[in-house]
Design a protein around this ligand. Structure first.
Ligand SMILES: Cc1cc2nc3c(=O)[nH]c(=O)nc-3n(C[C@H](O)[C@H](O)[C@H](O)COP(=O)(O)OP(=O)(O)OC[C@H]3O[C@@H](n4cnc5c(N)ncnc54)[C@H](O)[C@@H]3O)c2cc1C
Length: 417
């Protein structure tokens, strides 16, 4: 099969790159290994798809801890307002929620996918099923790819095969091997926006407990503050999860780290001490385990008492001043030793991938193989939650789609002479 442009991967980046190139006049084939497009897109935002963030290009980059500067040109050319205009212009109304997170009004990721599928059809993109296993090159130039025994010839190839997280959706890291085969360096793929594993049994003892308003600090082994947040945290059978933990995971670089929780962020130490004194006075004849019921969630009390070596049965009016101060300090700085991240398969996003210094930031063109372009999660860029990762997919896909269409039209003109 022959086309101007072959797009590998039918996720958000691949679909949008294909639409962009086809709207610019290119004849485009989109190859997806699954029998349907956008499998991962359908599970984004818990099935609601947080499609972008209603903020400026600059703010997207501020929320992209890994290689945000590389995205400057692409994000300026296609900022969140253009993403919103595209979907609303294609008949998918959007709404903005807390934290400027943008969702379809329908609350269904399917509405975003339907919109992309409609536009693929309107732009006459040919969609095929096939798993690409080889890029075809001659003298450093890409001229197609092979998938399931079939050869696809093209003047330009956009590689948008995603990362390595949630492999059941089709993103198994194939794109890395394909990029590597034509000379690209792959920065070790690791999970980002991923739950964290912890030492000891304390988190397991509290599994299922979700804390809503908690202060979270991530501290390196050398005592450096790596990340600070406020919000939700969940204890699980392996450690910790929840929005604050997922964001903190972006800053974990393999060394031993500690999370330090402020369990009572609304109270300073003095006010917390006064509050504890009140409770101890009110429940003076009860055991410590019962006296702390108003202050802490039930499953946390035994863990806190054990950490302070306070007997669960100790009568509240027998607690020493020193032990009470220890309690205040523990609740203001509750340490949790982190032993590592959960595997990349469980991550929302893959950190690592195609090294960005080998890619032109304006066009997403490979600096290693002529005619090859990249889009989406395959690149070594990743952001926090909030719609920023899909915004990276739209912006890089737009850059790649435009540039690939332009290149192929120039190539076609040149071949006429
Ligand atoms: C549970 C979950 C929730 C998320 N929620 C959000 C959210 O609400 N907002 C947000 O901004 N981001 C969210 N993300 C991140 C977001 O899904 C990704 O940033 C985005 O999907 C990346 O798009 P992509 O097209 O680059 O890759 P993918 O979506 O991974 O698509 C790549 C496609 O390529 C195909 N493919 C792979 N190898 C081959 C091959 N060899 N041949 C042919 N095809 C191939 C795959 O089957 C896949 O369809 C979420 C991620 C997860 C896992």
């Amino acid at each position: 099969m022959t086309s101007d442009i072959l797009v590998i991967g039918g996720g958000p980046a691949g679909m949008f790159a294909a639409i962009t190139a086809a709207r610019d006049g290119a004849d485009v084939v989109l190859l997806e290994r699954n029998d349907r497009l956008g499998k991962k897109l359908l599970i984004t935002g818990k099935g609601r798809c947080n499609v972008t963030n209603d903020c400026t290009a600059e703010e997207v980059l501020q929320n992209t801890p890994r290689n945000g500067r590389f995205l400057y040109s692409a994000m300026t050319a296609f900022p969140p307002e253009k993403t919103k205009a595209f979907f609303e212009g294609c008949g998918c109304p959007l709404k903005t929620e807390r934290g400027n997170r943008v969702f379809p009004v329908s609350d269904k990721a399917g509405s975003i996918l339907d919109c992309l599928k409609r536009e693929l059809k309107n732009a006459s993109v040919t969609v095929r099923t096939g798993r690409v296993t080889e890029l075809l090159t001659r003298e450093g130039k890409i001229y197609g790819a092979r998938a399931d025994g079939e050869t696809y010839y093209a003047r330009g190839v956009i590689l948008a095969a995603g990362g390595a997280s949630y492999p059941a959706t089709g993103s198994t890291g194939d794109g890395y091997a394909l990029a590597q085969s034509v000379g690209h360096t792959i920065v070790l793929p690791q999970g980002s926006l991923v739950p964290l594993e912890t030492a000891g049994e304390d988190c397991q003892r509290m599994q299922g407990l979700s804390l809503r308003n908690v202060g979270v600090k991530l501290i390196s082994a050398k005592g450096k503050l790596l990340y600070k947040d406020f919000g939700e945290l969940l204890f699980t059978h392996f450690g910790v999860s929840g929005p604050t933990v997922l964001s903190a995971s972006c800053h974990l670089k393999g060394e031993a780290c500690r999370l330090v929780l402020d369990l009572k962020p609304a109270l300073d130490e003095g006010k917390l001490d006064a509050r504890i004194l009140r409770d101890l006075d009110m429940y003076q004849n009860r055991s410590m385990e019962n006296a702390l019921m108003d202050l802490l969630p039930r499953s946390m009390i035994p863990v806190v008492l054990d950490r302070l070596n306070i007997s669960h049965d100790l009568q509240a009016n027998s607690l020493t001043k020193q032990a009470r101060h220890g309690l205040v300090q523990l609740l203001k700085a509750f340490p949790i030793e982190i032993t590592g991240k959960r595997p990349v398969e469980e991550a929302i996003i893959t950190s690592g991938g195609v090294k960005v210094s080998e890619v032109d930031p304006k066009t997403m063109a490979s600096k290693k193989a002529e005619g090859l372009f990249f889009a989406g999660e395959i690149l070594d860029c990743d952001a926090y939650t909030g719609g920023f990762n899909l915004q990276i997919a739209w912006a890089t896909a737009f850059a790649a789609g435009k540039a690939a269409a332009e290149k192929t039209s120039i190539d076609k003109c040149a071949s006429l002479y």
